[in-house]
Every structure is written in C-alpha cells, then in structure tokens.
Design a protein. Structure first.
Length: 182
C-alpha cells in the first residue's frame, strides 16, 4: 500500500486551507480599513456619561471642599471673635476704672430713696429735676439728679366706683423714687 495518495490529499487540503486563511485575512483587512474610514467620516461618537463611581468620587470631593471651606470660615470667625473680645474686655476695664475714679471724686455722693411728684413741663412731659432736688434735700443733701422714676395713672374715686380702671378724667403722674445726691 502506497501512502502517497493520502499524502497528496493532505498536502492539497493544507494548501487550500492556507489559501482560504489568506483570503479571510485579506477580507478582514479590507473591512477594517473600510470601517475606520467610515468612522472618521461620520459624526463624533457621544462622550460616555460618567459612571456611578465617578459621580460618587465627585460628590466626595465636593463635600470635602465644602467642609474645608466651612472650617476655614469658622476658624476666621473664631480668631476675629477672640480679637473683638479682647478689645471689649480692655474697653470695659478702662470704663470701669473711669467710673471708679469719678465716684471717688465725689465722696459725699449717695443714692437715696424717696417719693416726690414731678411737675409737668410746658410740652406735657414730666420735669423731675426739682423733684430730685426735693428728695435729696429731705435726706440732708444740697442737690442731686433722678436715677429712677415711677409713673402711675391717677383717677378720681367715681371712676373706680363705676367699675372702670381708666377714663377721660384720669391722668398720669410721675414720681422720683431714687436720686443720686451730693
């Protein structure tokens, strides 16, 4: 038995397979270049929308930026507050010293309690200067100024007997209840 016919058939099949494979590669090359040319001539593809993880990363970045900006703002406010508190404390101390010096200059100054009716000024407002002097003189001082006043609505008895608490007959009176005397 001769093996040559089988070998010839094998060689012919192998040559046919090579030719078919070469033709297939040539077609693939032509199709690939045609597709590349078609893609270049057509509209640009739409950009891909960002995915979930990209969006999540952007959200974390934005949140961190907002947090850092808030921290910087609070730090600046705290530093400003500290400076302003120091200025206010110094001003308060200075004002307290000035008040203590002013009181020390008046060793005979006292706040006294009393009850003196204020006169009505021409404009209708209470004039309590004379009432403050009256309260101070009643306590043995030569003069003074009002510190605290009390107002009351004074009505005739007939208003109260009629069951009313105010009326056109009522009027307001002002009294000096405390005065600083010298």
């Amino acid at each position: 038995m001769d093996s040559r016919p089988a070998l010839n058939r094998f060689v012919r099949k192998r040559a046919a397979a090579k030719a078919a494979l070469g033709s297939l590669l040539a077609c693939a090359l032509v199709l690939t270049s045609a597709l590349a040319g078609a893609q270049g001539a057509g509209p640009a593809p739409a950009p891909e929308s960002p995915g979930f993880f990209t969006r999540m990363g952007q959200w974390f970045d934005q949140t961190a930026d907002n947090f850092n900006a808030g921290v910087r703002t609070m730090r600046d406010r705290f530093q400003t507050f500290g400076h302003e508190a120091g200025v206010a404390a110094k001003t308060t101390v200075d004002n307290t010293k000035a008040a203590a010096d002013a009181v020390a200059k008046f060793p005979n100054t006292r706040v006294v309690y009393g009850h003196a009716k204020c006169k009505v000024a021409p404009n209708g407002a209470p004039d309590c200067v004379a009432a403050a002097v009256e309260v101070c003189k009643s306590k043995g001082f030569s003069g003074g100024n009002s510190v605290d006043m009390t107002t009351a609505e004074v009505c005739p008895a007939k208003v109260y007997l009629a069951g009313q608490s105010s009326g056109p007959e009522c009027h307001t009176e002002t009294f000096v209840s405390r005065a600083i005397c010298q």
